[in-house]
Design a protein around this ligand. Sequence first.
Ligand SMILES: Nc1ncnc2c1ncn2[C@@H]1O[C@H](COP(=O)(O)OP(=O)(O)OP(=O)(O)O)[C@@H](O)[C@H]1O
Ligand SMILES: [Mg+2]
Length: 240
Amino acid sequence: MTAEAPYPVAVRGPRAAGPPLLQVQGLTRHFMVSGARIDVLHDCTFDVARGEVVAIVGQSGSGKSTLLNVLGLLDKPSSGSYVFDGVETTPLREGRRSRLRGDGIGFVFQQFHLLERRSALANVSVPMVLAGVPVLRRRSRSKELLESVGLGHRLNSQPHQLSGGEQQRVALARALSREPALILADEPTGALDATSSTMIMDQLIDQSRVRDAAVVVVTHDPKVAERADRVVELVEGRTR
Ligand SMILES: Nc1ncnc2c1ncn2[C@@H]1O[C@H](COP(=O)(O)OP(=O)(O)OP(=O)(O)O)[C@@H](O)[C@H]1O
Ligand SMILES: [Mg+2]
């Protein structure tokens, strides 16, 4: 008898949302370590629609971060297909992949990954600097974004002057700065208390409802998974 999952799997099923933004089909990823092949993702197949929040769950080492890196075009699969916004990404060269990533994908990580000794405002501006957004425009947009995550009073604070929950809200504001169609979050609440976790999930869900963004969130937290529209479980590198 198999143990019951500690989170509700496919509780509500897919929302009747728009066309798929992501289509993953028969995706595999292996790594070579000292001449030995390590198969991490064996066969992942799923879609995510615009406006949908999908949680990816599974044991430590099951390949969740590896899968998220592929979805974020930070890594290439070993085989299989990954269509993002109608484009088959697997044959693309780095230049095109990086443009698709910058224009269409926002990332949130467990450990925030903010630039130390830079203000919240400067951190939120980074993706807009890379995209060549004029300075006045990006300053006003960063301010707006920080206000929207409740940090309008901390624009000039540096990461070490902020709590973990506040730093994650800065990271979220940064991820949203270019209004990405896809938001990828790897354990975004892993380092946060319950109140901050709820706040981050509220914001992520809001993005799907208000802006029709697709949100993929890797989590160990049953409370986070149960708020998703759908749960994809990774078991030994296979989705189910
Ligand atoms: N670059 C790499 N080279 C070799 N092995 C790797 C590499 N990246 C990941 N792996 C292996 O792939 C497996 C899955 O790793 P991954 O980080 O995707 O797991 P995870 O599900 O995110 O785990 P956790 O919940 O602990 O974060 C692990 O066994 C890991 O050692
Ligand atoms: Mg991981």
